[in-house]
Design a protein around this ligand. Structure first.
Ligand code: DX5
Ligand code: ZN
Length: 228
């Protein structure tokens, strides 16, 4: 099932850049300002070096996002995600995105996400060819093109991503959302939009600022996010 919120351009604030002592209040601020996708970065210390959060964090935000009709978008940067997908769908993830590089059983893992009632996302690292999307076109609801190397917030946008988006977009089935993640701010977001992107994940540029709601609005206006 493809969530209706994905039919329009959306900024997805990533909580990786939040002040975790104020997490609920900060997420409420951006929801109140109109954000309808909240991005949760899960890292396991293996697929990427850092360890971040797990299903408990997803469950803790579930009530808040539901109140606003917003999606919880869970980006799994973990090895062998097929073993963990159901934990995240049970915790309330609306979208679960897994990495093409993280399992030899991609088609199976994507099917597990849909079986758990969530939309299935497929992410690729900057060095991974876009051709994988052609192989699983019918199994995905969202394509996530990493525009930095996964693992850390605050990195510089990789310029070659613009050409990659243009190669990737035609491989997607109708209605599949194309997301970008990493180094997204108004300038890079506008260029990604011109190359076909419709979901703009942003950590540093939204929850990493002193005014998350105002920063969300500025980015939303740059990409045409309807803010409701
Ligand atoms: C990085 C994560 C991103 C991260 C982006 O591996 O997937 O979602 O929060 O952070 P910024 O927007 O700071 O590049
Ligand atoms: Zn992410």
């Amino acid at each position: 099932m493809r969530p209706a919120q994905l039919a329009q351009p959306r900024v997805a604030p990533s909580i990786l850049a939040a002040d975790f002592s104020q997490l609920g209040a900060q997420v409420r601020d951006v929801l109140e300002a109109g954000a309808r996708i909240i991005h949760v970065d899960v890292m396991d210390g293996h697929f990427v070096p850092p360890i971040t959060m797990g299903p408990l964090a997803v469950g803790a935000l579930r009530g808040l996002t539901s109140e606003y009709g917003a999606l919880l978008d869970v980006h799994l940067m973990i090895e062998r995600p097929e073993h963990q997908v159901s934990e995240f769908t049970r915790a309330g993830a609306d979208i679960v995105t897994i990495h093409a590089e993280s399992t030899p059983h991609l088609d199976y893992a994507l099917a597990e996400i849909r079986a758990g009632g969530a939309a299935a996302g497929l992410a690729v690292c900057p060095s991974t060819p876009v051709t994988v999307y052609g192989e699983v076109a019918a199994a995905i609801d969202l394509a996530l093109c990493m525009t930095v190397n996964p693992g850390w917030g605050g990195q510089q946008f990789i310029e070659a991503s613009i050409g990659k988006l243009a190669r990737l977009a035609p491989l997607l089935a109708e209605g599949v959302a194309l997301a970008v993640d990493g180094g997204i701010a108004p300038g890079t977001a506008e260029r990604c939009k011109a190359a076909g992107a419709g979901v703009f994940v942003a950590g540093t540029a939204v929850l990493g600022t002193k005014d998350p709601a105002g920063s969300y609005v500025a980015l939303a206006e740059a990409v045409g996010d309807p803010r409701r």
